[in-house]
Design a protein around this ligand. Structure first.
Ligand code: FAD
Length: 449
């Protein structure tokens, strides 16, 4: 008899949700995790005396799977600070403040942005986010880059740059010429529509008290002794009746295995026999985006006393978006800003010496918030770009043409092996909500429900 009914590889939210649901149904499960902590891309850490969300942190109202799990785990949420004016730096280089969603752009640009938002909402409304390749216009939309699609739609460069910002730097974290228009529509459909992505107060609505890593930490508490840390899986042998899973320390066996790692890491594990060609090929067309999440703490949230919310955007600035990220649940007197440097801009600064990079980021923040932004008490850059067990941020996405070519194979099992992560989710794609949906669905399937 096998040691376990199901082995789960990866103690991110996807793997832990799968394992908890199976365990609750009486199945014998074991989770094998490479790192010495659970949570994967969720990591709440204290650095230089500041509690930071190094990975994911925000929860939006459409993320009902995540909101349900937060409730189930007895966690509380709180609202992101948002009172006051937001800041926008436009194509003319001028800094302007505004309220609401509409950036302070020329009227013609605002009209174009509204028209494009409606068009992307329409296209997203026609998509089942679990099956983007079945979209009525899938063939055409998957063959052209989002940048080329935007070029076709409007001659207004600032409208293109802003609409591109919401999906490119802010979500898929790739340049808009590096992913298809179909991937852009998926990003919108997975969040309930493009209109949600342009509304920061919706998409970045709430945070979890104590940090979002509380979700995987509490899930792991429901699996006492059943999560093995520091055990990277190196080989999966599914040539016999039972699958044997080898780590650097031991081997475990079970009739079923759930590989809950990002698609890019699936092929780092050896398989015996080899995975079918389409599975190996498909994952070579999925790649991580790149974004640096930078958190800068000041002795006070000085922007608030200047009537600013802390929210700032510019497709033309190094830091393309920035928000007040003060830990309201701790009642902190200090103030923290979180800013993001994405794709080609991240390439540009990642090669610089650390002090030069910091100076460039602070100068960009000073462009939004003034000279006081240059004097932080703490400065932190997320480490995901070179992290062995993630190697990018926020998530992975297909290159141009690959949704139509490979999408239908994404949810196929290979014999007793199931491959799953937030990055193959429909609703909640590349988000914690999607990780939970994928974990719940995988467990239900294995339980025959
Ligand atoms: C900087 C950043 C900000 C983000 N912001 C948000 C946000 O605000 N809101 C939101 O909803 N989402 C956000 N996300 C995305 C969210 O964090 C992820 O979608 C989600 O956490 C992924 O969960 P997962 O379990 O599918 O994958 P992961 O969290 O990547 O978990 C996979 C696990 O597998 C392990 N693993 C890999 N290979 C092996 C192996 N060979 N053997 C054993 N274990 C292995 C890894 O160590 C990891 O623990 C953000 C992500 C990042 C990086």
């Amino acid at each position: 008899m096998s040691d376990f009914d199901v082995l789960v590889i990866g103690a991110g939210v996807t793997g832990l949700t799968t394992a908890v649901r199976l365990h609750e149904a009486g199945r014998r499960v074991l989770v094998l995790e490479a790192r010495d902590r659970v949570g994967g891309r969720l990591w709440t850490d204290t650095v230089d005396g500041v509690r930071l969300e190094v990975g994911g942190q925000w929860v939006s109202p459409d993320q009902t799977a995540l909101l349900g799990l937060i409730d189930e785990l007895g966690l509380d949420t709180y609202a992101r600070h948002r009172a006051g004016d937001s800041i926008y730096i436009g194509r003319d280089g001028v800094r302007r403040t505004f309220r609401g969603e509409q950036f302070p752009v020329p009227d013609a640009t605002a009209a174009e942005m509204e028209r494009l938002t409606k068009e992307l909402d329409r296209l997203a409304g026609l998509m089942d986010p679990l099956r983007p390749w079945e979209h009525p216009d899938a063939e055409r939309l998957d063959r052209i880059s989002f940048a080329a699609w935007l070029d076709e739609q409007t001659e207004d460069a600032e409208a293109r740059d802003n609409i591109g910002l919401y999906i490119g730097p802010a979500m898929l974290t790739k340049p808009a010429h590096a992913f298809s228009a179909l991937s852009a529509v998926l990003m919108a459909a997975s969040a309930g529509g493009f209109s949600h992505l342009v509304d920061a107060d919706f998409i970045l609505d709430r945070r979890v008290a104590g940090g979002l890593q509380q979700v995987p930490l509490r899930l792991a508490e429901k699996l006492p002794g059943l999560v093995k840390l520091g055990e990277p899986v190196t080989l999966i042998d599914f040539s016999g009746y039972d699958v044997s899973v080898h780590t650097e320390r031991a081997a475990y066996s079970a009739p079923r295995v759930v590989v809950a790692v990002p698609p890019t890491l699936v092929n780092r594990i050896r398989y015996q026999p080899a995975l079918p060609p389409v599975q190996t090929q498909m994952r070579q067309h999925q790649s991580f985006g790149l974004v640096m999440k930078i958190q800068v703490t000041y002795d006070a949230p000085f922007w608030r006393s200047e009537g600013l919310s802390g929210t700032a955007f510019s497709p033309y600035a190094l830091v393309h978006e920035s928000y007040d990220n003060t830990n309201e649940d701790l009642g902190e007197a200090r103030g923290t800003l979180v800013g993001f440097v994405s794709d080609e801009k991240a390439d540009e600064i990642l090669g610089l010496p650390a002090d030069e990079r910091r100076a460039r980021v602070l100068a960009s923040l000073a462009g939004y918030y003034g000279e006081r932004a240059l004097e932080p008490v703490a400065y932190h850059e997320s480490p995901w770009a070179a992290d062995e067990w993630t190697a990018g941020a926020f998530g992975t996405s297909f290159d141009i043409g690959s949704w139509v070519r490979y999408g239908r194979h994404l949810h196929e099992d290979v014999g007793p092996l199931t491959f799953v992560s937030s990055d193959v989710a429909g609703l909640g794609f590349q988000h914690v909500d999607g990780a939970i949906r994928m974990g719940d669905a995988t467990a239900a399937r294995l339980l025959g429900r």
